[in-house]
Structure formats: structure tokens, C-alpha cells
Design a protein around this ligand. Structure first.
Ligand SMILES: Cc1cc2nc3c(=O)[nH]c(=O)nc-3n(C[C@H](O)[C@H](O)[C@H](O)COP(=O)(O)OP(=O)(O)OC[C@H]3O[C@@H](n4cnc5c(N)ncnc54)[C@H](O)[C@@H]3O)c2cc1C
Length: 593
């Protein structure tokens, strides 16, 4: 069995000292989320993740999921039992409204907890991830009656949720969705096919609520004519329990590169009389309603990047201590553990630095969401946090999932030949991680969202505020941290690159070919510089907090130094590519593809 031990120290520290959880909890009225409560929740989640979910990860990858002739889906051994335990222990309800049975804790407190689920078992964790997004979408957009009907069961974890956008002809571009809906008394009927539906069918919960995008008769063309419907697998009866089977089913499962234990279903709605659905929000406003779920899921998919990176890092590090090979520099002749070889250390440090920085970025984005959702904050402050959350969402989704490719690949490299052999288990993380830049809006789409909606649309205001915050930190850092002047100068230079690049993007904001060509590099630049800022913040806080009490502060500083020497210089390459604009990319017809 390959172990996972949740890094609770770094999680709690990042949440509190980097993302500013305690100040947020005070400002936003979450007094019950004290340091002790946070610590207790993380400890319990750590136990659950390592003792219940992690042990079924590798076996689940090997056995996969199976569609039965009656259209039911059988999940790997232990998955349903683990889910039952998860629901019974109250994990599904952490951040939700007490009015519907939730525990009323901040969203950002659920984030380190979920990091553990995905690190322990990403395929399993996708079921709670989608359910949480569906609860958010219903909480924000459904009528009171529909909330009463669905939310208590979903928040308790007894029912799960799915997200049904994709159709064969409609992936990144949802304007061509063809699933039909029509009114039938006080409900709607749904007919059509959806593909790639994660956890669309399974045996872990007693009911599944599908959130389905469909088009009503006479709806305007394009994305303005899409409505959102909640389509239960079993229709709730008069007592609210699962009753009659609805006209929807999984017709096949995809065979995939990774996340084998997560059923990716082709779903058919309305093969007979039409599946019964309940309208969520207003007619033709479905995409906006679905965006509640998509924004939530973009952050949590980014978090999956942190999780899988942490898992791969732990495993590679443990292997590097055990595996002996050659004599490391400075050692007596004989075999050394490979962790003594400088190049292996370089790989492990890259993995560690990227993972910790990504954790800081993801947690910070989620704390901004909590602020933005707090109604009693003064308007100006709320709007500022909303801009910050909106800005960080594509950075979290895009960057944390890109670094997961690098980190999980390095994990295999640390193992040498054994990394390529499935039985060691390190390859699973690499395969599982590969979906992350694709689903929930490809990273290409994230980059366009960043440049178009988050920079150009608000004339760079959100980015200017972020850069201001970065510059404020550099003053105390210069006085208190042990960063060398050279590293400090490298950071200042990187912030200047970001400012310059933002100016270029704004200047040429009307030129789609240009913005489309530079969007990826702009996303990578913004996230790399923001991550460096958060590493600075963490090392400064660690130095203040634990004066020689343990090695944590020293390790944080070493990791930050590594980030500044080996990762932050990438910002120079990103800005160089960005300045070259679309010249080389779009030089058609000269490019001979
Ligand atoms: C395992 C798995 C699970 C999934 N789970 C779900 C789910 O639960 N629910 C659901 O609804 N969907 C789900 N999806 C679908 C997923 O969200 C889509 O695959 C994804 O959005 C990309 O759409 P596509 O596959 O049609 O690719 P395409 O849209 O065809 O994209 C192909 C390439 O073109 C690029 N591209 C497309 N349009 C543009 C553009 N305008 N500008 C620049 N580049 C562009 C893309 O970035 C990509 O690189 C899942 C997919 C997989 C594989």
C-alpha cells in the first residue's frame, strides 16, 4: 500500500499565514472557526484520508468501474463504503447553509480538507467535488421550494450531484447545445445526450441530481438560449425520499488514460417520455446559473492539481530515501541513497516548491471567495474581493493544473525505470493528473478568460490591485527576511514584468489574434509572480512565528529560495514570448504545419 500523510502543518500554516484565514473569519462572522477548530478538523480529515480513502486508490485504478446491462455502474471495492463513512461523518456539509443542514463553516476551510480527499484518491474525490458545485449552483439560483426538495439530502451527502454541459458537438463552445427541454405542467421534460459526465451514474449514494443545460422551444440562439434543469435519477416522492425512476440513464462509460475509478458517463435523457426536470433560475439564464458551479469547480480542480502534486512529491521523496545508487558527491565510496545526488534533490525541490506555492495560490483564491460572499462587508471591500476572486480563479485552475503535469512527471523521473512500471504506483498520479488542464474549461480557455474578462473588461483594475499588494509586502520583507538582495531584486523585476505585460495586453486588447496568442504566457506569468509573492509571504511569516522551534521555518526559507532561483526566472521567458505577440504564432502561410 502506498501511503499518504496529509501535510497538516503546511496546510494550516498556509491557510492562516498566507491566505489570511483568521482575519477573514473574524471579518466575515465565522467566529466559530477558531484556530483550534481548524486544527481539529484538519487532524480528523487527515486520519480519514490516510486510513479510508488512500488505501483504495491504487486498487480502484486497477479495477476501474463497470457498466451493468441494467445501466447501473459498479464502483471499485471499498468506494461505496468509504463514501458512506464520509457522509455519515458530516464531511459533505462542512461549508453549507445551516438552514439546509450544513455546518455553516467557511468555504476556504473546506479547501485543505478537500485537498486531502483528492491527494488520497482523486477519482473518488471527484464525486464530492461535483456534488459540492451542484449544491452551490442550487443554493444561489434555485427557488425556495426546489432548495427544500433537494438541498438537505445533497448537503447531508445522501444524494450526489453532477454537471451536464458537454455534448459531442459542444465542448469549449457551449453555444451549440442541442439537448431539448419543454414545459409539461409545472415541470419540464428533457431529451438529449450528454457526454463525459463525471460520476453520472454510480452505486455510492441513494440518488443523483443531474444539473443539465438544455434549450427550450423558441429560445434565442447561442448561449443566451440555454436553461438549467435539475434532473433527479429518482424523483423525490411526497415524503421527499427517492421515488419513481426518471427517464435518464448511463448508456456507456469512457475508457480513459487516468482516473479509472471515476465513472465518465455518456448520459441519455428522455429515451421514452422525456426526463422530468425542474427549472433552476430563470428560463434562458442557464449558463449564468451554471457558472456558479463552474467557478467553484475551477477552484477545486486547481486544488486537485495541488493534491496530486503533493501525493507524487511524498511518494518520490520516500523512494529517494530508500533507493541506493552510486556514490553521491562528498560521500565515502559506497552506495548512497539517491536523495544525496544533487540532480535528484533538484527534482524533489522543484516538486516541493511548486506544490507549496500552488497551495498558497489555491487557498488565497478561496479565502477571497469567502470575503466576496459576505453580505455585511462594506460594498467597496466586497467588490474588491470579488475582483480578486475572479482574477485568481483562472490562475488557480490554470497554473495549479499545469504544474501538476511537471510535478507528477518529475515523480516518475525520480523513480528511474521503476517509475515507468505501473506496480510502483507513481505512474498513476501522472496519468490521473493529465485530465486537470482539460476539464472544467481547458487551460486555453482559462487563459482567454483571464485576459478577456479579468484584465481587459475591468481595464486592469484587479491586476493593478494585486500588484499593489505585492509591492507592499516587499517593504517589510526587505527588513525582516533572510532573502538575499539578489533574490529580492529578482522578485521586483518579475513584478515589473507583470506590470509591463498587463500594459501590453490592455494596449492591444481589441486585437483578438494578439490576445489569443499571448494569453497562455500571460496566465503563466501572472501565476508565477503571484505564487512567488505568496512564497515570500510564507517565509516571512514562518521566520517570525517559529524561532528555531523546529525546522519548518528553515525549510520554508530554503523552499522559497529555490522557488526564487529556479522557478521565478521563468517569468522572463513568459514576458519575452508575450512581447513577441502573435508574430511567430500566426505567421501563416509561412508555417508549414
Ligand atoms: C474525464 C473527463 C471528465 C469530464 N467531466 C465532465 C463533466 O462532468 N461534465 C461536463 O459537462 N463535461 C465534462 N467533461 C468535458 C470537458 O469539460 C471538455 O472535454 C472540455 O471542456 C473541452 O471540450 P472538448 O473536449 O470538446 O474540446 P474542444 O473544445 O474541442 O477543444 C479542443 C482544443 O481546442 C482548444 N480550443 C477550443 N476552443 C478554443 C478557443 N475558443 N480558443 C482557443 N482554444 C480553443 C481547447 O483548448 C483544446 O485544446 C469531462 C471530460 C473528460 C475527459
Amino acid at each position: 500500500m502506498i501511503e499518504y500523510r496529509a501535510p497538516t502543518r503546511d496546510m494550516a500554516f498556509t491557510l492562516q499565514q498566507v491566505a489570511g484565514f483568521s482575519e477573514m473569519a473574524k471579518a466575515c462572522g465565522y467566529e466559530e472557526a477558531s484556530d483550534d477548530v481548524v486544527a481539529a478538523i484538519l487532524q480528523e480529515a487527515a486520519k480519514f484520508s490516510s486510513s479510508v480513502i488512500a488505501p483504495i486508490n491504487a486498487a480502484g485504478d486497477q479495477s476501474g468501474v463497470h457498466l451493468e446491462p441494467d445501466h447501473s455502474v459498479i464502483t471499485p471495492d471499498g468506494f461505496a463504503e468509504a463514501y458512506q463513512q464520509y457522509a455519515d461523518s458530516g464531511w459533505a456539509s462542512l461549508q453549507f447553509d445551516p438552514k439546509f443542514g450544513g455546518q455553516g463553516l467557511p468555504f476556504s476551510l473546506a479547501i485543505p480538507v478537500q485537498e486531502m480527499w483528492h491527494a488520497a484518491n482523486m477519482a473518488w474525490g471527484l464525486c464530492p467535488l461535483l456534488s459540492q458545485g451542484a449544491v452551490e449552483a442550487l443554493s444561489e439560483n434555485a427557488s425556495d421550494a426546489l432548495k427544500q426538495k433537494l438541498l438537505p439530502k445533497m448537503i447531508s451527502g445522501r444524494w450526489t450531484g453532477t454537471m451536464n454541459l458537454t455534448e459531442p458537438q459542444s465542448g469549449s463552445d457551449l453555444s451549440d447545445i442541442r439537448t431539448k427541454a419543454w414545459q409539461d405542467g409545472d415541470v419540464y421534460r428533457i431529451k438529449g445526450q450528454k457526454i463525459f459526465i463525471t460520476w453520472g451514474e454510480h452505486n455510492m449514494a441513494e440518488n443523483i441530481i443531474h444539473l443539465v443545460l438544455a434549450r427550450l422551444p423558441d429560445a434565442p440562439p447561442g448561449v443566451k438560449g440555454i436553461s438549467l434543469f435539475a434532473v433527479p435519477k429518482y424523483l423525490p416522492d411526497v415524503s421527499g425520499e427517492p421515488g419513481e425512476r426518471n427517464d435518464c440513464r448511463a448508456v456507456s462509460l469512457e475508457h480513459k488514460l487516468g482516473i479509472h475509478a471515476s465513472p465518465t458517463c455518456v448520459m441519455s435523457y428522455g429515451d421514452n417520455e422525456g426526463a422530468i426536470g425542474y427549472l433552476v433560475g430563470e428560463e434562458n439564464q442557464g449558463l449564468a446559473c451554471m457558472f456558479t458551479m463552474m467557478n467553484n469547480a475551477r477552484l477545486t480542480v486547481g486544488l486537485q492539481g495541488v493534491s496530486i502534486s503533493e501525493r507524487a512529491y511524498q511518494q518520490a521523496r520516500d523512494y529517494a530515501f530508500e533507493r541506493t545508487q552510486g556514490t553521491a558527491p562528498g560521500e565515502h565510496p559506497g552506495v548512497s541513497p539517491i536523495i544525496r545526488h544533487p540532480d535528484v534533490r533538484r527534482m524533489l525541490m522543484t516538486m516541493k516548491a511548486l506544490t507549496e506555492a500552488a497551495r498558497g495560490l489555491a487557498y488565497t483564491g478561496c479565502v477571497a471567495v469567502d470575503y466576496a460572499n459576505t453580505l455585511h462587508l462594506p460594498d467597496g471591500a466586497r467588490e474588491r474581493y470579488q475582483r480578486r476572486a475572479d482574477l485568481l480563479t483562472p490562475l488557480v485552475k490554470g497554473w495549479c493544473t499545469e504544474i501538476a503535469q511537471e510535478v507528477t512527471s518529475l515523480g516518475i523521473q525520480v523513480y528511474g525505470g521503476m517509475g515507468f512500471i505501473e506496480e510502483t504506483g507513481i505512474a498513476q498520479h501522472y496519468r490521473d493528473a493529465r485530465i486537470l488542464p482539460i476539464y472544467e474549461g481547458t487551460n486555453g480557455i482559462q487563459a482567454l478568460d483571464l485576459v478577456g474578462r479579468k484584465i481587459i473588461r475591468n481595464q486592469g483594475k484587479a491586476m493593478a490591485e494585486l500588484i499593489d499588494d505585492m509591492r507592499q509586502l516587499t517593504v517589510p520583507v526587505q527588513r525582516t527576511s533572510s532573502l538575499t538582495a539578489e533574490r529580492q531584486a529578482r522578485f521586483d523585476q518579475a513584478v515589473a514584468f507583470l506590470e509591463d505585460a498587463t500594459g501590453i495586453v490592455l494596449d492591444r486588447g481589441n486585437d483578438d489574434q494578439f490576445t489569443g496568442s499571448v494569453a497562455h504566457n500571460y496566465l503563466m506569468l501572472s501565476a508565477t509572480v503571484t505564487a512567488a509573492w505568496l512564497m515570500l509571504k510564507s517565509t516571512t511569516a514562518a521566520a517570525k512565528q517559529s524561532i528555531d522551534e523546529d525546522s519548518y521555518a528553515a525549510s520554508k526559507l530554503a523552499t522559497t529560495n529555490f522557488f526564487f532561483d529556479h522557478i521565478l526566472p521563468r517569468s522572463s521567458a513568459y514576458v519575452t514570448a508575450l512581447r513577441s505577440g502573435d508574430d511567430a504564432i500566426m505567421a501563416l502561410p509561412e508555417i508549414d504545419f
